[in-house]
Design a protein around this ligand. Structure first.
Ligand code: SAM
Ligand code: SF4
Length: 372
């Protein structure tokens, strides 16, 4: 089956190898998802919805967001189907995200069914979630019982007025209850993500790390990326990795933790430990060379990079006739069509993102519709 990538906006073309190999024999499950730069892809981030209970300024506009069509949102079976084919091709970690993943009524089911998948070696896969934490107290016991293994919660400020301004919702208490529930749950390592922003929360970096330590969590600062739906990102205003480290150095002695592997965060030990802090410096210190991630949007588009303007539409493979590609008939044919699309997406991956390139074009989707 021919895979049809859709390019949204002009950017550097993806490698010809992706075209040359489109006719690869399907049903090659078990062969790892290796791109033309030798990177093996083992991490699939699944966005479950573009809807959210917050409206963080760096992610979504307050009003006028263009929501994904409800009819295009993948159902539970479709999500699990893609995950099953991905696991057979060597994906070992599935991170559920959004939008806000806990807004999905089938969230426990999705976790349970993905957690039952096995890698080609027969090993259980890992299921992780990134959430704003708001509905965690309701769901966490069931999520853990279903097989959720890791949790990242986002929190950019611990000041109520600031939280309300930044997220345009007065829900700090709900997030704090979510973090308390996560702390009680024993899921470790528990990670707290904070986007560092100039004149917004850059005077709170030390307080946020201290808050994380109190809650037995690892704070990870994220450099703000050009992924807001309002396209308002301004390089001159972003807080860089260097600035974050300089600020933290005034309070702690920072010692680099070796063995980062493909992880997006570089980590530093605080004083003599045991606590650490992480920085995800996607803009000033990109880690594309070790990237092992793919993304599936809530409306069935595979993406090989947060910043890519090319998407690989899985809906025809999942839903068959009536859409843009030849129908797959039968389960085996559908599996093969999904696998072909996964491989095409991987082969189309560029060596790195182009945020720092004058030709960079921000993706049309905001972060809430890509899946962070
Ligand atoms: N709603 C969930 C949450 O906030 O954790 C999951 C989805 S959210 C898009 C995933 C992560 O992306 C969050 O940690 C958020 O802070 C981060 N994020 C969103 N927009 C961003 C941007 N423009 N730059 C950097 N990080 C961003
Ligand atoms: Fe919602 Fe997460 Fe985006 Fe904030 S960062 S608006 S919580 S999806």
């Amino acid at each position: 089956m021919a895979a049809i990538p859709v390019t949204i906006g002009a950017r550097r073309p993806e490698p010809l190898a992706s075209v040359a190999l489109l006719g690869d024999e399907p049903g090659d499950s078990g062969r790892p998802l290796v791109d033309t730069h030798g990177r093996v892809h083992r991490d699939l981030r699944i966005s479950l919805t573009d809807r959210c209970s917050l409206r963080c300024t760096y992610c979504m506009p307050e009003q006028g967001n263009e929501w994904l069509a409800k009819s295009s949102i993948l159902g539970t079976d479709e999500i699990v189907h893609v995950a099953r084919v991905a696991a057979a091709a060597g994906v070992t970690t599935f991170r559920l995200t959004g939008g806000e993943p806990l807004l999905r009524t089938d969230i426990v089911d999705v976790v349970r069914r993905i957690a039952q998948l096995r890698t080609p070696d027969g090993e259980p896969v890992h299921v992780a979630m990134t959430t704003n934490g708001i509905r965690l107290p309701d769901f966490l016991p069931d999520l853990q019982a279903a097989g959720l293994g890791r949790l990242n919660i986002s929190l950019d400020t611990i000041r109520r007025d600031r939280f309300r301004e930044l997220t345009r919702r007065d829900r700090l208490d709900d997030v704090l209850e979510g973090i308390a529930a996560a702390q009680r749950s024993g899921l470790r390592p528990l990670k707290i993500n904070a986007v560092a922003m100039r004149d917004v929360n850059d005077d709170e970096l030390i307080d946020l790390v201290a808050f994380a330590i109190e809650h037995d969590a690892q704070l990870r600062f994220i450099e703000q990326m050009p992924l807001d739906a309002g396209h308002t990102w301004d390089r001159a205003r972003m807080v860089t990795r260097a600035e974050i480290l300089e600020t933290l150095s005034a309070r702690w002695e920072l010692t680099p933790v070796p063995g980062r592997g493909g992880a997006p965060a570089e980590r530093w030990q605080l004083d003599d430990g045991p606590h650490t802090v992480g920085v995800i410096a996607s803009v000033t210190a990109p880690f594309c060379g070790d990237c092992d991630r793919l993304r599936l949007t809530a409306d069935g588009q595979l993406r090989n990079c947060l910043f890519s303007t090319t998407e690989y539409d899985l809906l025809p493979a999942l839903r068959g006739p009536g859409l843009a590609a030849p129908p797959a008939s039968g389960e085996g044919a559908r599996d093969a069509a999904i696998e072909t699309m996964l491989r095409s997406c991987v082969l189309g991956k560029l060596p790195g993102h182009a945020i720092n390139d004058p030709s960079f074009l921000q993706p049309a989707r905001g972060m809430n519709a890509i899946g962070g």
